[in-house]
Design a protein around this ligand. Structure first.
Ligand SMILES: Nc1ncnc2c1ncn2[C@@H]1O[C@H](COP(=O)(O)OP(=O)(O)OP(=O)(O)O)[C@@H](O)[C@H]1O
Ligand SMILES: [Mg+2]
Length: 255
């Protein structure tokens, strides 16, 4: 087990890194004052790996994901996704890049209620200007265990089924990286297991890359590695940790 002071050493970025954060700092300024949400994060998310991002509430997990996905710009430092420095892209290019290289899964599913399951899953391809084939959409739905559900609307599905639609939507364009923020936060244990198993399988069998924020050590144990944030800093990491090892690390941080 890695200790808090002995976390993964810095290493040069390689071509097999899907996402690299290099000295990423994010400072929010408001009337109430300044918040240092991220204070110099350096980390490489290797391709075809599943990484969990953990840390106490307010430690900067969502901010890290937002910066890594180019949804928010760092105050300082660099974010490189699939070899491209996001700072070099204007908003239009960034949006295009996001559509072609990134997938997103959120706690609240974020499906479009007026669209069928089929059309929700096909949407990223349509937004990227492609014409999705029926077979491709149905195969992706089958992959997440939702054969036969393509004609329904999100409201006609359970929470776990809706999250699996969101995962199908995130995977269909074969993105270089999928960002997931508390994807099982609204699900019960059994349904969470199905969703996490699906995420892990998509990495192990299809070579996807996933960065997942979670506060649940059991959820994090599905990942290959876990990185721990505290107060905007990367303070530790764990490879192939069990839920109890991860929980022990978390309670050490929360002391
Ligand atoms: N848009 C914003 N404007 C100002 N401060 C913000 C903004 N977004 C986040 N923060 C602050 O930045 C810090 C990190 O927030 P962040 O949402 O990244 O935490 P988190 O680790 O995801 O927490 P949680 O587990 O509660 O979701 C917090 O202090 C938060 O209040
Ligand atoms: Mg958050």
């Amino acid at each position: 087990m890695t200790t808090l002071t002995d976390h993964e050493p810095r290493r040069a970025a390689t071509r097999t890194d899907a996402v690299v954060l290099d000295g990423v700092t994010k400072t929010y300024k408001s009337k109430a004052g300044q918040v240092d949400a991220l204070r110099g994060i350096t980390h490489a998310f290797a391709s075809s790996t599943f990484t969990a991002v953990m840390g106490p509430s307010g430690s900067g997990k969502s901010t890290l994901l937002q910066c890594a996905a180019g949804l928010d710009r760092p105050t300082k430092g660099k974010v490189i996704v699939a070899g491209t420095d996001l700072a070099k892209l204007n908003e239009v290019a960034l949006t295009t890049m996001r559509r072609s290289t990134m997938g997103f899964v959120f706690q609240s599913y974020n499906l479009l209620p007026a669209l069928t399951v089929f059309d929700n899953v096909a949407l990223p391809l349509r937004l990227a200007g492609k014409r999705p084939s029926r077979g491709e959409v149905l195969a992706t739905l089958a992959q997440v265990g939702l054969d036969g559900h393509h004609g329904r609307r999100p409201a006609e599905l359970s929470g776990g089924q809706q999250q699996r639609v969101a995962i199908a939507r995130a995977l269909i364009a074969r993105p270089q990286v999928v960002f997931a923020d508390e994807p099982t936060g609204a699900l019960d244990r059994t349904t969470s297991h199905q969703v996490l198993d699906l995420l892990r399988t998509s990495v192990d069998e299809q070579g996807h890359t996933i960065a997942m924020v979670t506060h649940d050590p059991v959820a994090a144990s599905y990942a290959h590695s876990v990185i721990f944030l505290e107060d905007g800093r990367l303070v530790g990491s764990l490879q192939h940790g069990s839920a109890s090892q991860i929980a022990a690390m978390m309670s050490e941080l929360e002391r």
